[in-house]
Design a protein around this ligand. Structure first.
Ligand code: MN
Length: 225
């Protein structure tokens, strides 16, 4: 039951997230799915997912990925998600697990750089190449010791390897739109009848008030009061 934890946390009559099938997806294609979902839940984070053995291995990255090899980003491993989750963009109702707005921030495929992926995962040192729209090139996920193990979640670090895609520019600031719909979080929330003001707090602030979002400046003022 690879998705037991995933299913236990969710009420599929209420949330629009995919339930996932009990049968692992049998894929003929050799390519493996890679996706990052930007998720404005109780806290903003980026869910980093790699297809492996019929599920999406998943890590929640509070600060999102960095293209700077000097920057290590904390990545908390969370429950495996169904393959169908990769295309989910929308609103999880408030009060449900992960309630808030979800954006497909980046998508593409990934390739392991090691012959034995299972052993790399077990050792906590997975090297891979991303072929995304925003994230490309060589990366590593390294498991760290001693932190977060009590609740069954292990903590890892996501680090960019030095290559032609390295940059010190903040890719999350520079490219805040959905990879599939070009929408911002606030747009996605509004379109699905969600809380656009809360979602907008996950979108970047724009100078001169030129934002397409629903009064983000006002929302920020209210939040800071
Ligand atoms: Mn999440």
């Amino acid at each position: 039951m690879p998705l037991a934890k995933y299913k236990k946390k969710r009420r599929f009559g209420v949330t629009p997230e995919p339930a996932g099938s009990d049968q692992r997806a049998e894929k003929k294609a050799a390519s493996l799915i890679y996706v990052v979902q930007k998720h404005r839940a109780s806290h903003l984070h980026y869910d980093f997912r790699l297809e492996w053995r019929g599920v999406l291995l998943s890590w929640a990255i509070p600060k999102g990925p960095s293209l700077d090899p000097a920057v290590k980003r904390l990545a908390m491993q969370v429950e495996d998600h169904p393959i169908e989750y990769a295309s989910f963009e929308g609103v999880i109702p408030e009060g449900e697990y992960g309630g808030g707005t979800v954006m497909v921030w980046d998508q593409g495929t990934w390739e392991p750089e090691q012959a034995d992926v299972n052993s790399a995962l077990q050792k906590g040192d997975l090297k891979f190449t991303l072929h995304g729209q925003k994230l490309k090139g060589s990366w590593v996920l390294v498991r760290t010791r001693g932190y977060g193990k009590s609740d069954g979640r292990s903590s890892w670090l996501l680090i960019k390897h030095r290559d032609q895609y390295t940059s010190t520019q903040d890719v999350t600031e520079k490219e805040p739109h959905s990879a599939v719909s070009r929408r911002l979080l606030a747009d996605i929330a509004r379109d699905a009848g969600g809380d656009a003001e809360k979602a907008a707090t996950g979108d970047p602030a724009r100078e001169g008030g030129g934002s397409r979002t629903a009064k983000p400046a006002a929302a920020r003022l209210r939040r800071n009061r």
